[in-house]
Design a protein around this ligand. Sequence first.
Ligand code: MRU
Length: 358
Amino acid sequence: MIPTLEWTDKGVNFLDQTKLPLEETYVLATTYQDVATVIRDMIVRGAPAIGVSAGMGMALAVQKSPATTVDALLKDVDEAAAVLAATRPTAVNLFWGIERIRTLVRKLAASQPADRSDADKLKAITDEVIAEANRMYDEDIAACKTMGQFGADLLPKKGTVLTHCNAGALATCGYGSALGVIRAAVERGHVIDVLADETRPFLQGARLTAWELMKDNIPTSVLCDNMSGALMRQGRIQAVIVGADRIAANGDVANKIGTYTVAVLAKEHGIPFYVAAPWATVDMATKHGDDIPIEQRNAYEVTHSNGKQMTPDGVGIENPAFDVTPAKYVTGIITERGVLYPPYDDTMLAMQAEVNAA
Ligand code: MRU
């Protein structure tokens, strides 16, 4: 399995996704500030991977805190949460990962026996938090595998599947969400060719999706972002599957910029458009996709390619990193708890009730 990120005795080790596919190098984050940089600079990216990285960053904050009392530790943890939360605004998994550890730390702090020494309390909290961060990692891989089982038969027995961005092993702790569903279908004997949109400007499709699917010998071709409409019109695409960065309570989906265009084209051509995402990507507190914050990234990503300037000096630049696909374009949402179908207002609420009851 591709080692996207890993907790080690020395810190959190990240496969540097900015260097792929030409170099497989690692970046070791030894502090939560390092983890924040790794997330902001997209050394690690993809909503589920960002969520678990944030959880591990919080665990590093606890482990490396100079605090000598539980109260001082709580302050340090809040500070780390604020720094990590300021890295990337769109993927709700980031905030899920931070809050999962922060809530645990508070609970553990409140439940320490009064007769324990401060040092013993801090050690007990640290051990539990590191174990929790590693559980988040294991759960993410398990969720991807389960999504694969739920989604595999939604893909054609034989045909071409288009994907946008990278929702694969590299965007999760392993196996992938959208690419996990493709992997599971292939494991079941489906004969699938993958078309990977190159995904300008960061090229997650051309660099990352192509790299990881080729490692698994899944036939893959890269196409420029403006080509899929023509291929759909020629009947060359049987299904589309993508990941998500945040799903609103009405089923609107924020994902990598360009997803909306693909979804509208798919509907026009009668092609099913699936979203695969763990439940941690669902944000029931956000009622409508228009309320999802969209990250605006640096103009340099658009003006330059591989360090070479592509646009005239001084030209205006747009670089929204994500867009919102209204629920009406989404055929189904594959989660580790099952597949949701429209009307999403109702089906998402029902699944949330199941989650609350579990
Ligand atoms: O900017 P990125 O590379 O973090 O964006 C990633 C995506 O948009 C993915 O499609 C999404 O996070 C789902 S990953 C399973």
